[in-house]
Design a protein around this ligand. Structure first.
Ligand code: PLP
Length: 730
């Protein structure tokens, strides 16, 4: 089937010939004087005649448009899908009436407007122009009719084509989402190209139609019957369709892209199509190589709906104090995305800041990196299809994406923080799962029920080590606490299995740490969650038997639950792998895909952007904090000597994730409570095996959290330190 010719002609449905009207004019008293083109179309100079023509044109034109649109709509849908498909894209044959109802609502007034302008204009022009210029009257009337009706035709066409290409399922949704996301202008996307295609089309088609009829009648010396009029109409539509198809392709591409940026305008669209597709596509309107019946193939625009949804949600700024998410409450049911407000902000758009609201400086949720990822929206986004990696395993039978493994090795090589040669890479649902896997694997070596392996670490330590060991309550493992105390106690018999966890930089105090214990019975597990340039100078590439890293602190994506380990020993790796398999059968494939995309952004420029951003942000926070605490004798912060950073190639200060605050006054025994009374919630020192005289304040949460922390600290710390008139200097 020559779909191009059919499609191009049917697309004119909105301006279908009102044949009833044509016959009315032919059967009038002057029909026998067929000696002039103009005479066929012009009636007597009755003053009411103009209004009658206008009225009849509106009614008959509108009805004709609706009938033709309804009859030929499926062919028009196929035409639109063919024009949108690129090389190799396949055409879906389902939903060929998608958008018809809404379209008819627009077609009726559009056709009425067209003929309401076309007929009277034509008749006026035929009266004033010489007979041999009747074609000019038809051309001008067609173009004017097209221009006026475009006010209604363009939004109708935008909604129709975006429904035909599967971007929206209902017209009200389409209108709502287009206006929400692209503004009212979105309803007029591709207006220029529409006029570029439609004005020539309208002018040409009606001129060809009218001139052919005139010629036919002159030759036949009689009036035309219905089939003859229909044939001439179809022929005129086909000829005009062939001539204007390239313009139609451009119009469709621009209308369907909406606010997308694939084409920057008409000339860019032409150049891109010519450059990226073959010129014949522009002429035929078909970018696809094969058109197949398909229940198993896809609509090439299947991504558009997901993209539109994601972008609509992203466009909600929530006053900069919250965020809307695609999986927010009700969004998946098509509701407006609600704002999830940052701590202390309330209201529909998170614009109201609660006064004297308690500050959350507790968890290490690294939202300080969120602005970086918002800047990287395009590069970091992944679209997950419904059929994405449904299997448990990858092609090689493992749970591990080899692509991701490669990128992780590359990441360590660009940052220079770990040796990955001769190491197995193991993935886990966060370092949290890998810690359990590693302790399990290490504790199985030479331990027994009567002599379980002892888990030791340095105070202050990350509480998870103790909590996990106690929670799993394994016969093979016992949490023993401080490694230095064990060493000094002389309890080491060189037989009992010892597992020392070394956290470097340490949580909570940010210091670089080394193992305390050694001996044939000691296994060391290194937690390097914070060994990244945001927080610490990169002094050397670590080269340990077992090191763990966390995506949470590398990119800030704590919610993705991803971590990895570098393991030297095959037997340990296999035990850890078994643990991961038995507890979760590997890491989710969606997470691995997402992490791959994120880390590709990181390594893309050698980590330059993210680590400069991260270091800059935390450094600024530390400077602000130090300024405040430097005025206090009641509280002190940890200090760490600067070191040379191989990554930034300079000596730099440490910029730890947490302030490890000490309450110096003897009476301030419970530092956590002291801060809590000042409406700042941190984490007590005893959670880290340390004294209650310490409290940890998180510095890596959102900017709002940090700003609130600073505001409260200013009031609290400064009040105690300086006379009130000096407050303003901070
Ligand atoms: C030292 C340390 N290790 C591990 C983790 C847990 O990391 P993940 O989010 O990858 O489970 C944290 C989290 O704060 C941490 O501070």
């Amino acid at each position: 089937m020559d779909s191009d010719i059919v499609s191009s002609s049917v697309d004119r449905s909105q301006t279908a010939m009102p044949d009833a009207l044509a016959f009315k004019s032919i059967n009038d008293p002057i029909k026998n004087q067929i000696n002039s083109c103009a005479a066929i179309c012009v009636k007597q100079d009755d003053p009411c005649h103009f209004l009658r023509v206008l009225y009849e044109s509106l009614i008959t034109g509108g009805l004709a448009g609706v009938v033709v649109e309804a009859a030929l709509y499926p062919i028009d849908t196929i035409k639109t899908r063919v024009q949108v498909a690129r090389d190799g894209g396949k055409i879906i044959w389902k939903g060929l009436y998608s958008g018809l109802g809404a379209n008819l609502v627009g077609v009726l007034p559009a056709s009425a407007l067209f003929f309401g302008v076309y007929e009277p204009t034509k008749q006026k022009l035929l009266k004033v122009l010489p007979e041999n210029l009747s074609a000019v009257a038809h051309l001008a009337a067609g173009a004017l009719g097209g221009a006026v009706s475009s006010i209604v035709r363009v939004p109708t066409e935008v909604v129709k084509q975006r429904m035909q290409t599967g971007q929206f399922v209902s017209a009200p949704d389409a209108v709502r989402l287009i206006i929400a996301k692209e503004g009212f202008g979105g309803m007029y996307a591709g207006y220029g190209s529409f006029l570029l295609r439609d004005l020539p089309f309208d002018a040409l088609q009606f001129c060809v139609y009218e001139q052919l009829r005139i010629g036919y009648m002159l030759a036949a010396r009689r009036d035309l019957n219905d089939p003859e009029n229909a044939m001439i109409g179809a022929f005129a539509g086909a000829v005009t369709g062939v001539l204007t198809t390239p313009l139609d392709v451009i119009k469709t591409r621009l209308m369907v892209q909406g606010s997308g940026t694939q084409y920057k305008g008409v000339s860019d669209c032409i150049k891109t199509i010519i450059r990226e597709e073959e010129l014949r596509h522009c002429i035929t309107g078909n970018g696809s190589k094969d058109i197949v019946d398909s229940s198993t193939t896809w609509n090439p625009t299947w991504t558009n709906r997901a993209a539109a949804e994601a972008e609509t949600v992203a466009s909600f700024s929530c006053s900069g104090h919250g965020r809307a998410f695609v999986d927010g409450l009700g969004v998946l049911d098509g509701q407006k995305p609600p704002c999830e407000c940052n701590n202390c902000y309330i209201g529909k758009d998170c614009s109201v800041l609660l006064k004297d609201c308690p500050v959350d400086a507790n968890s290490g949720d690294p939202l300080f990196l969120e602005p970086f990822w918002m800047r990287q929206a395009e590069r970091s986004a992944v679209l997950v299809s419904g059929w994405h990696r449904m299997s448990y395993i990858y092609e090689d039978g493992t749970y591990v994406s080899r692509e991701l493994e490669k990128v992780i090795r590359k990441l360590h090589s660009v940052v220079g923080n770990a040796v990955t040669d001769n190491r197995f890479v193991i993935f886990g649902s966060g370092t949290t799962q890998l810690l359990a896997a590693a302790v399990h694997a290490l504790s199985l070596t030479n331990s027994s029920v009567s002599s379980p392996a002892r888990l030791l670490t340095s105070i202050p330590y990350y509480a998870m080590y103790k909590d996990q060991a106690e929670f799993f309550d394994s016969a093979h493992l016992k949490f023993e606490g401080d490694a230095s105390a064990w060493k000094q106690s002389g309890r080491n018999d060189n037989i009992t299995q010892l597992i020392e966890v070394v956290t470097s930089p340490n949580n909570p105090d940010g210091k670089l740490k080394r193992a305390v214990l050694d001996g044939p019975n000691v296994k060391t597990l290194h937690d390097y969650a914070y060994y990244w340039p945001h927080f610490s100078p990169i002094t050397h590439p670590v080269d340990e038997d077992l090191s763990l890293f966390s995506l949470s602190k590398t990119t800030g994506h704590a919610g993705s639950r991803f971590g990895w380990g570098l393991v030297k020993d095959k037997a340990i790796y296999e035990k850890m792998d078994r643990f991961i398999r038995l507890t979760s059968m590997g890491v989710s494939k969606e997470t691995q895909l997402h992490v791959l995309q994120l880390l590709k952004v990181v390594v893309g420029d050698g980590g330059n952007e993210i680590f400069n951003f991260g270091y800059g942000a935390v450094k600024k926070r530390w400077e602000t904090l130090n300024k405040i605490f430097s005025m206090s004798t009641r509280f002190s912060l940890q200090t760490i000597k600067p070191e040379y950073c191989n990554y930034f190639k300079k000596v730099r200060e440490f910029t730890p994730s947490y302030a490890w605050v000490k309450c110096e006054r003897p009476e301030d025994k419970n530092c956590y409570e002291i801060f809590r009374a000042a409406k700042i919630t941190g984490r007590s020192g005893n959670v880290f095996g340390s004294e209650e005289r310490f409290v940890r304040l998180s510095l890596i949460r959102s900017q709002d959290d940090f700003d609130q922390l600073i505001d409260m600290l200013k009031k609290f710390v400064y009040q105690e330190a300086v006379p009130s008139e000096n407050f303003m200097y901070i």
